[in-house]
Design a protein around this ligand. Structure first.
Ligand SMILES: NC(=O)C1=CN([C@@H]2O[C@H](COP(=O)(O)OP(=O)(O)OC[C@H]3O[C@@H](n4cnc5c(N)ncnc54)[C@H](OP(=O)(O)O)[C@@H]3O)[C@@H](O)[C@H]2O)C=CC1
Ligand SMILES: O=C(O)C1=N[C@H](C(=O)O)C[C@H](O)C1
Length: 233
């Protein structure tokens, strides 16, 4: 499969290694200021760029009938526009705030726990995410997905960075060294606390998930999620 990488930073480089190991060819590495793109030779594109660049990268792939996998976080105010555009173009698109198998299992666990906690008003929920100091967005996309999973299964109505409130989930974001990504969901009462936690040891799980998603989407049309790819739940 011929893969184009939009964004050739920490993730782009890791994806290149894994994709080549799995027998794919990287036919384009698109970074800031790259010239014209020859879409004719691209089977599928993978975008791990920046919050400012993702929308343009994704829509240019859809305009050129190129399936696109995006893991870039921090641009989701335009997500609905992209979904509509993908449908208009009869294109193929997957976004995931986190491509790792472990985090996608963690998302299922989070939803299940939230259902169990729904009527237990003595517990209050909070989220914490820790990432490396170069990260541009906060809270992390993964923390937002976790908060949305709790909102969908309880009476909580929204999340807020660093702020508790009525029916509101507080998210704390910490930036420490080179931390690849640690997410904790905690329910606390007067007498105890329940905690579930996912710790990425490195970026390999994210990169492998993105390559698996690229392999999976070839020949399909529509807007999909990692739940479709991994056949979870
Ligand atoms: N969904 C998931 O599983 C994961 C998501 N992420 C997300 O992926 C994104 C990238 O992460 P990471 O690789 O660590 O970040 P990096 O900063 O290491 O890499 C981003 C790259 O994108 C480049 N870039 C900037 N503008 C454009 C553009 N217009 N088109 C193409 N590339 C561009 C940057 O170039 P320059 O440095 O010159 O600006 C840089 O090389 C982030 O949003 C992060 O949150 C990260 C890990 C896992
Ligand atoms: O920027 C990162 O590094 C990561 N970003 C994603 C996020 O915002 O959730 C996924 C992962 O945690 C690493």
């Amino acid at each position: 499969m011929n893969i184009a990488l939009f964004g050739y930073g920490k993730m782009g480089k890791m994806i290149e290694c894994l994709a080549v190991e799995r027998g794919h060819e990287i036919v384009a590495k698109i970074d800031v200021g790259s010239g014209e793109i020859d879409f004719a030779k691209i089977d599928v594109a993978i975008d791990f760029s920046t919050p400012d660049a993702a929308y343009e990268n994704i829509t240019s792939c859809l305009k050129n009938n190129t399936p696109i996998i995006s893991g870039t976080t921090g641009w989701l105010e335009k997500f609905d526009d992209v979904v509509q555009f993908c449908e208009e173009k009869n294109g193929a698109f997957i976004y995931a705030s986190n491509f790792s198998l472990g985090v996608n299992i963690f998302f299922e666990l989070n939803a299940h726990l939230a259902k169990m906690m729904k009527n237990l008003s003595q517990y209050e929920v909070s989220l914490e995410e820790i990432h490396h100091t170069q990260k541009l967005d906060a809270p992390s996309g993964t923390a937002i997905t976790l908060a949305e999973g709790i909102i969908a299964n309880t009476d909580y109505q929204k999340w807020k960075l660093d702020e508790s409130g009525y029916k509101q989930i507080p998210i704390t974001s910490k930036r420490i060294g080179d931390t690849p990504g640690t997410h904790t969901v905690e329910y606390t009462s007067e007498v105890d606390s329940i905690e579930i936690k996912h710790t990425a040891q490195n970026r390999e799980g994210f990169a492998l998930g993105a390559v698996v998603a690229a392999e999976w989407i070839l020949g399909k049309t529509g807007v999909f999620t990692m739940k479709d790819v991994l056949n979870l739940g």
